[in-house]
Design a protein around this ligand. Sequence first.
Ligand SMILES: C[S@@+](CC[C@H](N)C(=O)[O-])C[C@H]1O[C@@H](n2cnc3c(N)ncnc32)[C@H](O)[C@@H]1O
Length: 328
Amino acid sequence: MDFSELTRISSVFTHSRILQVGVKLGVFDLIKKDGSSSLEISKALSTNPRATELLLNALVALRILRKKRDRFHNTNSSLKYLVKTSPEYFGGMITFEEALWNTWANLEKSIRSGKPARQTDMYQKTEVETERFIMAMHSLVNARGDARILSDMLDFSRAKTMIDIGSGPGTYAIKFLKRFPHLKITILDLPGTLKITKKVLKKEGVYGKIELLECNYNSGEIPKGFDIAFLSNIIHSENEEANQKLFRKVYRSLNPGGEIIIKDHILDPTLTSPAVGALFSIHMLLTTKGRDYSFRELKGWLIGAGFKKVRWIRLKPPLTSSLVIGRK
Ligand SMILES: C[S@@+](CC[C@H](N)C(=O)[O-])C[C@H]1O[C@@H](n2cnc3c(N)ncnc32)[C@H](O)[C@@H]1O
């Protein structure tokens, strides 16, 4: 690695923080079509004028905003991803990461102790926390297009029933239903999360068309009778033992010939590549009992649970995850 790359890595947290504060303050929503001065923005936000101008200049330096004379303008990207009313609004994820800033400050403690830096409660303590977490997933998947890409790529025309385990906002279930309207989909999740799921389903006009099932997949049993079990971004929050137990439950819940579809960062045997997965394992160390796993690990657990024809399907950028599929 050369020195400039090292200095970039060393200071990139400043970029994240500047972006997070811009989103948290709602800077991008305030900028008018013909641009806004820093004074107009600081007045609307009741922030310090000098400090606000420095923040806006830094956002221009990061090429998130543009500056013409003394007026600041949104770029195509900030309009698409950082303005709340955009369908591809990515601010939900940025706001969630901003709320984890102090958790990341405890990384050294977690490396020393091996323990998470916060409660591993999947953000179920308050509705505000749950909503921030769940809408982060929704905003990431909508901005990047994961659910749309998968609903075009996977063929569920022959499946009749699907369970989306840990569906969160239901982003995938909604897209799958729109693409395959004959599918009988059940969303399984924790009660706190399902309150938020309901709001999303209502907004998307599919409330009542998808069954909602309150269940803790660790302590409860998954009902039987499904052709597809979909698990997106679930196994990285659980440890090795819990995942093996979960795979056995999923196997029991599937019809003969049914498939488990796991979507996650899947690592190579060195556990260092793709980089996004190795880095995400640190996020999981801080906030859960899990980490990212390799295909070799998943294959062993799936075969141990009874699955056959286990395969790994790599997804193309901008997606950063892969699919692992096994058949009962
Ligand atoms: C990281 S989110 C993934 C959401 C969605 N599948 C996606 O990929 O965007 C994890 C989801 O699993 C749910 N979850 C976590 N632990 C659970 C448990 N023990 N039982 C049921 N659901 C759980 C959370 O409430 C959350 O909705």
